[in-house]
Design a protein around this ligand. Sequence first.
Ligand code: ARG
Length: 594
Amino acid sequence: MNIEQYLNQEIHKALERIFEQEIDPKQVQIQRTKADFEGDFTLVVFPLLRLAKTKPEDAAKRIGEFLVEKSVVFDRFNVVKGFLNLTLSHGFWLNALQDIVQQPDFGFAEKGSGKKIMIEYSSPNTNKPLHLGHIRNNLLGYAVARILEACGNEVVKVNLVNDRGIHICKSMLAWQRWGEGKTPSDLGVKGDKLVGDFYVRFDQEYKKQIEALKQEGKTEDEAKDQAPLILEAREMLRKWEDRDPEVMKLWEQMNSWVYEGFDETYNRLGIEFDKVYYESDTYKKGKELVLNHLEKGLLKKKEDGSVWADLTEDKLDEKILLRSDGTSVYMTQDLGTAVQRFADYDIDQHVYVVGNEQDYHFKVLSLILKKMGYEWATQLFHLSYGMVELPSGKMKSREGTVVDADDLIDTMISTAAKASADSGKLKGMSKADIEYVHKIVALGALKYFILKVDPKKNMLFNPEESIDFNGNTGPFIQYTHARIRSLMRKADIENQLPQFPLSIDLQPKEQELIQQFGHFPNVVAEAGKSMNPGIVANYLFDLVKIFNQFYHDHSVLNETDEDVRNLRLNLSWQTGQIIKNGMWLLGIDVPERM
Ligand code: ARG
């Protein structure tokens, strides 16, 4: 139970005694006291006026007097119009702290108290390596999965790989033609990069052919349509659809190179999945589904044989689902994938982490599934996020447009190494330990900087700013954690927290810290409801700021009053604990030393 729920219950009990009748819990409304007033929590008295039959001020006074007299929780009160501002006693806060430090999972809801939710993220195409956009996607998906789990839900994390279609055939054809049979290990490159390079190579050669055809007098469209390379790629796709053994073998081999490369990047990022779906499996299911509903009359066939869903009644367009040659489109696959997933897992909800350029796609997807009669169609949620870019001038990518994910991770690690060499903080640590710290600081910087931003917003990722030890950054928070852990080692209380009595006179910064601890469960719940990890990130930043003020103003290890020293050790320990658990929600590791 969090502090607000506890107070709610206390006040509810008291009100029933004051008014001598049962009271609907909805009538008990408490909120944090506004900054301009004295108090910790405020009871809104207006909903109780019918019971009180007096002016709001008198009712508030009566309740306030009762609470302060009868309960040790409340120390004093003041009344502002119909608002009863309550100041909680030091004993209450100290008691709350004793309670909190005993809960290893403080802030996390009970397992199994929620729903079963599937979340899809990453979802790359196999013809291109992962880029900065995928990084935001992966980080968001993974953090939201952990947050939803912490809210008591059972979460299934899935990926959807687009491994079929003309773009893959382009890579395959180019490698067949110009690859000289060389594998990623022959060339010493990652498999996804190799396949991506041949996709680029295809395009270069294709463009040359288009130019040549235009010289011969063809129009642009004719040239694009008739270039020998594109004809061959189409032929290869046709063979793939017919399961031609040679083409299948090449396809499997090149995809396996890609997966090895992707897995390496996921690993470096610390991202994982419970299950991977492949479009090459699900598109057939989608096609079956469409043909089924065509028979039932829900969809319509045009003269050229193409199949469409008419969504004009719902103020959307007509949507093509099968082309005139019977091949399926992106949407067809997604219909099949969704049906497959709800059959594979008994899920209540499905979250898709996909960029906001696909808002329309997901609107159409839910609508078609709803029309097909799937009740769960209303439980599809598109977690739509904005674009992420580097400030201009930073890190030119190989093709000059997108920033490669592996290159960015490398840049982050070298920036972290440079920052730590400059600060001299890691002196005296072994080489392996130093490398470990650089890695988690680099990733902490990257992850935190991206996750602290509301997913809906577009953003710029600035590598240097993200690693600033004095800003709202991952390393700033990681560093505070390391300092707290060092304090614990010095106090020699890593395993057993010391006791403190409830009679201590709390200092304002100490109380503020406990109050901030108390908000953590609400923050987790709020982040889960809105699927916004930024809420957790910014909460942690506030916590760390409060802790640093406390640590600046008060001595801990050198405090001579033993009770006070013990209290402060508890406060420090709990701050470290919440940092660790909060960063875990963001997929960020925290070091013991740095
Ligand atoms: N592979 C697609 C792309 O790169 C994204 C897939 C998103 N997920 C989905 N279920 N449609 O654009």
